[in-house]
Write a protein that binds this ligand. Structure first.
Ligand SMILES: Cc1ncc(COP(=O)(O)O)c(C=O)c1O
Length: 365
């Protein structure tokens, strides 16, 4: 059996550090926000080469608050992609704004900057590029277009901890950036978590207030308020795990390189790393027109795989009324029909990588 991921194994390897952190919180009497979370915020901002980070209870909450801090509300439009986890689009709808969907580039499956001009209207308030699978979106043209029209850029970096684009880190490029610490992410909590990163002190302050009931001071609620606080347990766990994330990322990149060497490029499209980019391989995703047959073969062989994502957001029943029918976003639709995520996690044994590749080579022969 080849698992898709092994979180228990990862936690076993740093068990003593995690136990110390969890016990420290238990004994501290401070369980929501507090010093463990503040310390993690400082470390994570530095990790992103950014000035401020505000921790919240999920990546979805991070997106919601980033949008509100950027001033997005009813009547506004926010441009993003349909080929993403549904939370990217859902968070726009939480604010009352309208998601405007543009297609992704065929090579990286991130937002296609060439399609932005046509999608922008006088109501456009923000653009959310998604650094899908851990590869950064093509940020320079996106930032150029956005800055020339005073449109905010909010990075959805939920899958891209430590990814780089021409020397800049995911999280430090847009006006705001949002990360998820869902347990399976490259940096995962032992529960739920997220964070908003920004270089703008005013935006950081707004997000910090909104996550804790919009209080500008105790019992003074001057902004819209939510209970989106990060718990101290997650802050402490994430502080421990952040120390290991660069090593884990290098392990992910090594495994991806090994897959690239072992897998055939005939009949299979392998993931691409653009020049000047650092792909952090949250997922290792191949593409083939015979995806379902290959998936079945791997499943029979005991190899656990996944599909991220089998149906783009515009073809999901709840989002049908956004008005994009089948055929309107063709690159996303084709990606949804052809992508397959292979097992990849930092501790994955090299024999497992070889075994997965062997099954694929045999099947495609
Ligand atoms: C691209 C993307 N955006 C947003 C999210 C939402 O994060 P969370 O699950 O922490 O709310 C996720 C993760 O699940 C994601 O992959």
């Amino acid at each position: 059996m080849v698992p898709f991921i092994d979180l228990k194994g990862q936690h076993e390897s740093i068990r003593a550090e995690l136990e110390d952190a969890v016990l420290r919180v238990l004994e501290s009497g401070r369980y929501a926000l507090g010093p463990e979370v503040e310390q993690f915020e400082r470390l994570f901002a530095a990790f992103c080469h950014a000035k401020h980070a505000v921790a919240v209870n999920s990546g979805t909450s991070a997106l919601h608050l980033a949008l509100l801090a950027a001033g997005v509300g009813p009547g506004d439009e926010v441009i993003t992609v349909p080929f993403t986890f549904v939370a990217t689009v859902a968070s726009i709808m939480y604010t009352g704004a309208k998601p405007v969907l543009v297609d992704v580039e065929p090579e990286t499956l991130t937002i296609d900057p060439a399609l932005l001009d046509r999608a922008i209207s006088p109501r456009t308030k923000a653009i959310i590029p998604v650094h899908l699978y851990g590869h950064p979106a093509d940020m320079d043209p996106i930032l150029d277009i956005a800055r020339s029209r005073s449109i905010a850029v909010i990075e959805d970096a939920a899958q891209a901890h430590g990814a780089e684009y021409h020397g800049r880190r995911a999280g430090g490029m847009g006006d705001l950036a949002c990360f998820s610490f869902y347990p399976t992410k490259n940096l995962g909590s032992c529960g739920e978590g997220g964070i908003v990163v920004t270089n703008d002190e005013g935006l950081a302050r707004k997000v910090a207030m909104m996550r804790d009931w919009g209080q500008t001071e105790k019992n003074l609620h001057a902004l819209p308020g939510f209970n989106y606080r990060m718990t101290a347990f997650q802050g402490a766990v994430l502080g421990v795990k952040l120390k290991h994330v660069d090593r884990w990322t290098e392990a992910r990149r090594r495994i991806a390189r090994r897959y690239n060497e072992l897998l055939p490029s005939d009949g299979l499209e392998l993931p691409v790393q653009r020049p000047g980019c650092r792909h952090v391989h949250h997922l290792y995703v191949v593409r083939t027109l015979r995806r379902d047959a290959l998936n079945e073969v791997l499943s029979q062989a005991g190899v656990h795989t996944a599909v991220h994502y089998p149906r783009p957001v515009h073809l999901q029943p709840y989002y049908a009324n956004l008005g994009y029918g089948r055929g309107s976003l063709p690159v996303s639709e084709e990606a949804a029909a052809t992508v397959l995520s292979l097992p990849l996690y930092p501790e994955m044994p090299s024999e497992h990588v070889a075994e997965v590749a062997r099954h694929i080579v045999d099947h495609l022969a």
